[in-house]
Every structure is written in structure tokens, then in C-alpha cells.
Design a protein around this ligand. Structure first.
Ligand code: PHE
Length: 345
């Protein structure tokens, strides 16, 4: 370790210049560290200079102190500058250490999935009309999914080909309608609920079918609820969801648990009702099944069918999402390609 045997002001200043030059010329981070140890380290020159200050003549002592401070500050600054330059140069092939024109790093904030967007919207719209949200399990029993919904044992949807049976009378629900049963079994009328959820059918996957999909069920039971209430409610919902210009039409249909039953279409959003590939040239897209709750269903849950009437509906969430956002293939909703999903943020 270097040692100073004899010290004066000029010697301190010379050492300062040497240390600064040493730092500036150091070729590596390790070499800079060696300079720091030699000049500023605990066993280096700086402590010796500090110790030597008391040996200066009183008249020189002030100037010597200032030189000692300059020694420390100048060499420290030279070391820091050199380290910055070396570390920057290590990362860059050429040019400046940091390119301020590069775009910032992407935070990757997620966004709601289109299916979630539609459900969130529907919950908001129906809650304005006084509907609460109810939920039921994906694994149901045959009683809630079929029997209580007045679906006869010979109905084709009970067949092995349509339903995922789990054994012991359990199945993956084929519709959200069993939640109607659960709600009516546990709540006396009046009832006003929607139930968004996942459903399962043994469908072969193609552009418009998936073995797992989502429905939003609705149930409104009160005194003197009529088909007009059903039509008004669904039309108001469609307009809030798709825009004020959407056309809504109802066609007679059959469901075991509603009487009368309808299917509800809205005018094709893609062609404005003129006819296109999406609506198969008809100008209309089927979006929901609905009807007046069959008195036999009220009988199953112990509601007095003489005192209460109600309507129910079930609509396809993926259908709405595909039309609303112009998604041509249902499979895009399940592939979770981040580039696709980011468009809905
Ligand atoms: N559950 C029926 C379906 O999945 C839709 C529906 C719900 C029809 C409620 C009438 C009333 O096709």
C-alpha cells in the first residue's frame, strides 16, 4: 500500500491529479475499483492525508484541509463518471449509452374478454330494470336441468348425444334454466333475476358452435306479468345492448317449460338488416329463447299458478358478442390469442 512519508500542499494536489487521471484511464470496472481502493480506501491515501493535516503549520492548515477535500471530491467524481461510461458502453454495441427515442416498455395490462364485456353490460342494463343477479353450479342434477323444467323423459336433449352425463344423475348443465328452479325453490314470489353462466352440450365445434358456451337466463315472476312485459323487456335490453336502431322480432316456438314460447331475433348488425353472410341473407339473427313460465313449472317449485305469472328467457352470450364486435368465428373467443383480446381493451 502506498505510503506518504513527507507531505506538502503541492504533493496533495499532485496526488489528486494522479488519481483523477487514473480513474479516467481505467479500462474496466475492476480497474476503477482498484483506483478507488488505492486513493480513497480505508487503507489508501485519503486516510493518510487526513491524518497528516495536523502536521501542517497552523498558517497552512486551512489550505491543506481544502486540498484534502478537493482530493476526495475530484477523485470520487472521476470514479463515478468513469463507472457510468463503462457500464453504458458494456450494454451498447455503439453509440450513446441510452437511446431516448426507444418506445417505453409495455406494461401488458389486461382487458375484459368479449364474453365478460357482454355479461357485464347485460348485468348493468338489467339491473337498471330491477333485476338482481343469481348464480347456479355448472354441475347440475337431472331434476333441475330437465324434470322440474317440464322436459319429458323422451325429450331428445336428454340423449347421450346432447348432454354430458357425469353419472349418478348428475350432468353438466345444458342451459342456465335450472337456476330458475333453484331460485324459485329458495325464494317466494315475486322474483326478478338474471343468471349469467356457462353451459355445455355435446356439439361438434365449428364457426358458430362450441361444446361450452354462455347464456344469460332471465326470470320475472309477479302478479299479472304478461307476454307484453316480456317483449318490452327484451326489446329494451336489445336496444341498450346493440344501439337504438336495432330491430327486434318474435317468432312462435316451443320450449317444454314456457307456454306460449317465442324465439327472439334482432336485426343483423353487420348488414343493417339487408342480408349478408353472417345472417345467412335473412337480415335477422336468433338471439334468445323465451316465453311465459309454464304453470307446471310453478307446480314443481310450489308457486301458486293461479296467483302468479311470469316470463323467462335465455340468450346466447357468444352470439351477442360475435354480432356486437364483428367476430366471424366463435373459436376466436376461446383461443385467448393476446393480439385478438387486446382489441377489446
Ligand atoms: N333454455 C332455453 C335454451 O337453452 C332458452 C330458454 C330459456 C327458453 C328460458 C325459454 C325460457 O334453448
Amino acid at each position: 500500500m502506498a505510503e506518504i512519508f513527507w507531505m506538502n500542499l503541492a504533493e496533495i494536489d499532485a496526488l489528486t491529479a494522479e488519481g483523477v487521471a487514473g480513474a479516467q484511464q481505467a479500462a474496466t470496472v475492476d480497474a476503477v475499483e482498484a483506483v478507488r481502493i488505492q486513493y480513497l480506501g480505508r487503507k489508501g491515501l485519503l486516510p493518510q492525508i487526513m491524518k497528516g493535516l495536523k502536521d501542517f503549520a497552523p498558517a497552512e492548515r486551512g489550505a491543506a484541509g481544502r486540498s484534502a477535500n478537493a482530493f476526495k471530491d475530484s477523485i470520487t467524481a472521476a470514479i463515478e463518471a468513469r463507472l457510468l461510461a463503462l457500464r453504458g458502453a458494456a450494454g451498447a454495441v455503439a453509440g450513446p449509452a441510452f437511446d431516448y427515442t426507444l418506445p417505453g416498455s409495455w406494461r401488458g395490462l389486461g382487458s375484459l374478454h368479449p364474453v365478460s364485456l357482454v355479461i357485464t353490460d347485460a348485468v348493468r342494463i338489467f339491473s337498471r330494470m330491477g333485476f338482481a343477479v343469481a348464480e347456479g353450479p355448472d354441475i347440475e342434477n337431472a331434476y333441475n336441468n330437465f324434470e322440474a323444467l317440464n322436459t319429458p323423459a323422451h325429450h331428445p336433449s336428454l340423449a347421450e348425444t346432447d348432454t354430458f352425463w357425469l353419472g349418478k344423475g348428475e350432468l353438466l348443465r345444458t342451459q342456465t334454466s335450472p337456476v330458475q328452479i333453484r331460485v324459485m325453490q329458495s325464494h317466494p314470489p315475486p322474483v326478478r333475476i338474471i343468471t349469467p353462466g356457462r353451459c355445455y352440450r355435446r356439439d361438434t365445434t365449428d364457426a358458430t358452435h362450441s361444446a361450452s358456451f354462455h347464456q344469460i337466463e332471465g326470470l320475472y315472476v309477479d302478479r299479472q306479468v304478461s307476454l307484453a312485459d316480456l317483449k318490452g323487456t327484451l326489446a329494451a335490453f336489445m336496444r341498450a345492448m346493440m344501439g337504438p336502431d336495432v330491430g327486434v322480432r318474435f317468432r312462435p316456438h316451443f320450449f317444454p317449460f314456457t307456454e306460449p314460447s317465442v324465439e327472439c331475433d334482432f336485426s343483423c348488425h353487420v348488414c343493417g338488416g339487408k342480408g349478408c353472410r353472417v345472417c345467412k341473407q335473412s337480415g335477422w339473427i336468433e338471439i334468445a329463447g323465451a316465453g311465459m313460465v309454464d304453470p307446471r313449472v310453478f307446480g314443481k317449485v310450489g308457486y301458486d299458478a293461479e296467483a302468479w305469472t311470469g316470463f323467462a328467457f335465455g340468450m346466447g352470450v357468444e352470439r351477442i358478442a360475435m354480432i356486437k364486435y364483428g367476430i366471424p368465428d366463435i373459436r376466436m373467443l376461446y383461443e385467448n390469442d393476446a393480439r385478438f383480446l387486446a382489441q377489446f381493451g
